[in-house]
Design a protein around this ligand. Structure first.
Ligand SMILES: Nc1ncnc2c1ncn2[C@@H]1O[C@H](COP(=O)(O)OP(=O)(O)OP(=O)(O)O)[C@@H](O)[C@H]1O
Length: 266
């Protein structure tokens, strides 16, 4: 199994590895996603952009196999994605995590090995080595004994990314990873996502800040229940497309003071 990790992407550069076709997701009577189709490959960073309730989190969870589809298909490297698999790591929004849960940084990163070891099997040397490598990659070795409630926001994000690395996930599904980070932590996370994608992982993240999206991501999917645009981030996030997603600003309001990114963050 582990050889796949090193194979990932390099030999498949000309194929789209993640192919989403006509995806539809309902929550009881709410249509959260409809007709979502796009395809992308490892080595890319894809931003999911759209107003509140557009379905960004739902799309991340659907790709991770955490919410059921009501239509369409998700294929990863030629096979249908039906339920959660080790190759996908989903990082929840920070407010969805119970940070008071008593677990150390190392303990959380070790959870990334459970799919391999089973919860009750002893860790082998290779599991410890994978955890050490993930902690080192995210500069968390000095913090490994710390409780997760004692971390800053940026350190919390890094701990979850380390868990994804320990899991040997190929696809990182991140729910608003930049929210709440200061400038330095944002820059550090931006560099890290660039590095992870250059190593051949596929990064897909919901992102609220329209100003930084083209710099932090290669591609963007503009979403409002249905896909409005998909492609290179600068093109998908053109002003005309943004207007379609976030709604036109009334003539009576001062355009210059209306920032869609700000409005959607409120
Ligand atoms: N567990 C749920 N049960 C019922 N409806 C839900 C559930 N989760 C999300 N929804 C609804 O599905 C739609 C899409 O929600 P989703 O959280 O995916 O949007 P989002 O783009 O991530 O929004 P935000 O920017 O506010 O985080 C919304 O109408 C939301 O109210």
């Amino acid at each position: 199994m582990s050889h796949e990790h090193h194979d990932c992407c390099a030999h498949h550069a000309h194929h789209h590895e993640l192919v989403i076709d006509s995806l539809r997701v309902h929550y009881r009577d709410t249509l959260a996603l409809d007709g979502v189709s796009f395809a992308t490959s490892c080595g890319n960073r894809v931003a999911l952009v759209g107003p509140n309730g557009a379905g960004k989190s739902t799309l991340l969870k659907a790709i991770a196999g955490l919410v059921p589809r009501t239509g369409g298909s998700i294929r990863w490297r030629g096979s249908a994605v039906k339920r959660w698999s080790r190759e996908f790591a989903y990082l929840p929004q920070r407010e969805e995590v119970d940070w008071s849960f008593p677990i150390t940084v190392r303990g959380l990163v070790e959870m990334g090995r459970y799919p391999q070891t089973g919860m009750f099997r002893r860790f082998r040397d290779e599991d410890d080595a994978a955890v050490d490598a993930a902690l080192a990659a995210l500069d968390l070795l000095d913090l490994q004994k710390r409780q997760i409630r004692e971390l800053s926001g940026g350190q919390q994000q890094r701990t979850f990314l380390a868990r994804a690395l320990a899991q040997e996930a190929h696809v990182l599904l991140l729910d608003e990873p930049f929210t709440g980070l200061d400038r330095n932590a944002s820059r550090q996370l931006g560099d890290l996502l660039a590095k992870l994608s250059h190593e051949g992982r596929l990064v897909i993240a919901s992102h609220h800040d329209l100003a930084t999206a083209p710099k932090l991501f290669d591609e963007a999917l503009l979403l409002k229940t249905r896909p409005l645009a998909f492609g290179a981030a600068t093109e998908a996030l053109s002003e005309a497309n943004i207007d379609r997603a976030f709604g036109h600003i009334s003539d009576h309001e001062d355009r210059a003071t209306q920032q869609p990114a700000v409005a959607s963050a409120l």
